[in-house]
Write a protein that binds this ligand. Structure first.
Ligand code: GLC
Length: 424
């Protein structure tokens, strides 16, 4: 819709509803939302702000895959287009997109970031410029079917090997009993950013496992990586359908929510949906930290999350900043947490009695968030997409059987050395 076309109905609405029709009612465009209830929640927030202010806003939806979303934004930003004022950006993008984004200190009130987790603000700050206002935080979780574990007398798995054997046994027993479609484990296996998050959890949970450390040292070519990837490869066609090689968050959720998977790796938003009124598995689901890589390993959950940024090419930066402040306000964060399980980035909300009552797993989630592992986006900055692409392509190749595990790990090590050159 053109800006003019969008302004007209808004002015008419203002007149009909008795609100003063703003002579200078401006028009903004925001691109937000993707998985679960995100798009609807964003639209609701925008609509509430529009009603309050009389400004019209167009909401542009985005692809589900974070990697596709990034290329969509990169095209718009590199064309210096004023078509989109506000974009929703991933916690791994500030370093690479900073030059195209406004320093929000210029448009937000001085106290706008008060009470936010400092780590979130640090991540959104590049060379002293606040390029994104943190909106919600994410971490990988293990979802399990409480009822099936109980029925088969199995505990929640503590290690990836235990997850594998429990999944094999219950999948077999249930299939024998007529539940032919049941799979043991679903996760994000498509060649995109989601697979990077999963692979880092498998690798990082092994003793000595890692991709790139905080100093930029490449760690990937290690026995820990080989152990982790060999196990993951064994899942394909055994406890995970081959189709998992094309799953993003939503495809896996579809299988789990219809009752056809025992375990699922996903982000917290899934909780609100699997516990929703039309879910086939309502009240049959538990969440736990992702398994460790063996007895001496650790629980490694990839940290994710999203913020809102204003494009430097926006014709309405001040107004865009006002909408960002509204959408990221404590009241909106609380609402989004209650309705959609999008987790707040304002610390005090984790002690909010209403939220604690509605979200029985909040205490547990907070620990998982605190132990979360960041992707190496800060140290690799604008090379991060190439690092992540190399990782998900090589891991996808080995999962699909196109390359042996050893070869994939050696090739990945060489890819990263080439991308790094002298330093990142
Ligand atoms: C979630 C995370 C985000 C991550 C993406 C990968 O949306 O919040 O950080 O990049 O999943 O699919």
């Amino acid at each position: 819709m053109s800006r003019l076309k969008a302004v007209l109905p808004m002015a008419l609405l203002a007149i009909c509803s008795g609100l003063p029709a703003l002579a200078n009612a401006a028009n903004l465009t925001i691109s937000c939302g993707a998985v679960g209830a995100e798009l609807q929640l964003c639209k609701d927030g925008v609509e509430a702000w529009s009603k309050q202010t009389g400004h019209s806003v167009e909401v542009v939806s985005t692809p589900n895959s974070a990697t596709e979303r990034l290329s969509f934004y990169q095209q718009i930003l590199s064309a210096q287009s004023a078509d989109i004022d506000i974009i929703q950006i991933d916690v791994v993008w500030p370093g690479m997109l900073a030059n195209h984004l406004l320093d929000l200190h210029e448009v937000l009130p001085a106290n706008a970031t008060q009470g936010y987790f400092q780590a979130q603000l640090d991540n959104a700050t590049v060379d002293g410029r606040l390029v994104s206002m943190p909106w919600f935080t994410d971490s990988g979780l293990l979802y399990y079917r409480k009822d099936l574990l109980e029925k088969h007398g199995k505990p929640v798995p503590q290690t990836w090997s235990e997850l594998t054997t429990t999944a094999q046994e219950i999948q077999q027993a249930e299939r024998d009993a007529g539940h032919a479609k049941l799979w043991g484990y679903v996760f994000q296996g498509r060649a995109y950013e989601g697979l990077t998050c999963n692979a880092l959890e498998w690798i990082g949970s092994q003793p000595g496992g890692g991709l790139i450390d905080a100093q930029g040292e490449i760690l990937i070519d290690s026995p820990a990586t080989r152990t982790a990837l060999n196990l993951a490869k064994s899942w394909i066609g055994d406890i995970s359908p081959r189709g998992v090689l094309n799953y993003t968050e939503e495809e896996g959720r579809g299988v789990f929510q219809s009752g056809n998977a025992l375990f699922m790796r996903n982000w917290p938003y899934t909780w609100a949906l699997v516990q929703g009124p039309d879910s086939a598995i309502k009240d049959k689901v538990g969440i736990a930290p992702l398994p460790k890589g063996g007895e001496n390993g650790t629980h490694a959950s990839t940290l994710g999350g999203w913020g809102l940024s204003v494009s430097r090419y926006s014709a309405e930066p001040k107004l865009a900043g006002e909408l960002v402040a509204y959408l990221t306000s404590a009241q909106q964060q609380k609402h989004r947490a209650l309705v959609g399980a999008y987790n707040p980035v304002i610390e005090s909300l984790y002690d909010d009695p209403e939220l604690l009552a509605a979200m029985p797993y909040y205490g547990q989630l907070r620990t998982i968030l605190e132990d979360g592992v960041m992707r190496p986006a800060a140290v690799t900055a604008d090379r991060y997409p190439r690092v992540s692409n190399a990782l998900f392509d090589r891991v996808h190749g080995m999962l699909s059987g196109a390359a042996p595990v050893d070869q994939a790990v050696t090739d990945l090590g060489n890819d990263l050395k080439r991308i790094k050159r002298r330093n990142w």
